[in-house]
Design a protein around this ligand. Structure first.
Ligand SMILES: C[S@@+](CC[C@H](N)C(=O)[O-])C[C@H]1O[C@@H](n2cnc3c(N)ncnc32)[C@H](O)[C@@H]1O
Length: 270
């Protein structure tokens, strides 16, 4: 899937907050052992600005962001604020192909594993391979059942675009907190898992549409553009979806509240 880093960055503050809430639970240094993690890996790092905060927190660690999107990594490479961070680098790669190295003391993955349905079966293997004392921290959106996503599926399944969108939108890709907690505990980690629903205040005419255009709607938009390069079908689909979103998330005096549930799990290997 092609990403549009500029569109993704449009809600940078709202998207960053869960990352900081996640990383706050990684308590390194945590007593015995090295002062800094040897290597910190950010799986599905996107445009890299959040990965850079890991490099700033652990200045003596090697921090590596891994992402399968050439567009996202090009954005990171072009970002002048990342150019001179000596302990930060990025690599093109698929999460499915990644395996932990013996010095990967902190592994972070924020808002990425929902794109990798096999992560549930990969997690035990990763956790088993991580070094003792290491931390694993993940956050995934848990909003598959929210009106924004239910409407996306129902509008996609009706209308003249239905055949072009058949099978394009994902089925539920993530577990509840208890599911991830069980995986971490089974791997011998001391762990906690939780969920938070962020009441995000968005502004603009169709702000929820703008939000999902940057992430969950992208596969549908690409499929429609491929089926009808004039863009007419994409526009018609977006107009119908936008109208449904406006009813589900009416604008108020302060803006549009878009509740967004996210699932977190953090653990430390003894
Ligand atoms: C919603 S963005 C999150 C980016 C960043 N972690 C953040 O919190 O802002 C999801 C990122 O996961 C990456 N991604 C999706 N599937 C991937 C895969 N199979 N392997 C590596 N990266 C992937 C995308 O390219 C995208 O940059």
């Amino acid at each position: 899937m092609r990403w549009d880093p500029a569109r993704y960055a449009a809600f940078a503050d709202d998207r960053a907050r869960p990352f900081h809430d996640l990383i706050a639970q990684v308590a390194w240094p945590s007593g015995a052992g090295q002062e800094a993690p040897r290597r910190v890996v950010d799986l599905g790092c996107g445009p890299g600005a959040l990965t850079a905060t890991l490099a700033a927190r652990w200045r003596r660690s090697t921090v590596v962001g891994i992402d399968s999107s050439a567009e996202m990594l090009a954005s990171a490479a072009a970002d002048p604020t990342l150019a001179d961070v000596p302990n930060l680098s990025f690599a093109l790669g698929a999460i499915e192909d990644w395996t932990p190295g013996p010095t990967d003391d902190v592994v972070v993955t924020n808002a990425a594993l929902q794109w990798v349905p096999s992560h549930v079966s990969l997690l035990p293997t990763w956790l088993d391979a991580m070094p003792s004392g290491s931390w694993f921290a993940m956050q995934v959106p848990g909003n598959f059942g929210s009106p924004s996503h239910a409407l996306m599926r129902s509008v996609a399944a009706s209308g003249r675009w239905a055949s072009a969108l058949d099978g394009v939108l994902r089925s539920e890709p993530v577990l509840d907190p208890a599911g991830y907690l069980g995986i971490l505990l089974d791997a011998g980690f001391a762990a906690r898992a939780w969920e938070t629903t962020y009441a995000q205040l968005l502004t603009g005419v169709d702000p929820v549409l703008d939000w999902v255009r940057g992430t969950g709607l992208r596969p549908a938009l690409q499929a429609l553009d491929a089926a009808d390069p004039t863009g007419a079908t994409t526009s018609a689909f977006e107009a119908e979806y936008a109208a449904a979103l406006r009813s589900a998330y009416p604008a108020g005096v302060h803006g549009t509240v878009y509740p967004f549930r996210r699932v977190f799990a953090v653990g430390r290997k003894p």
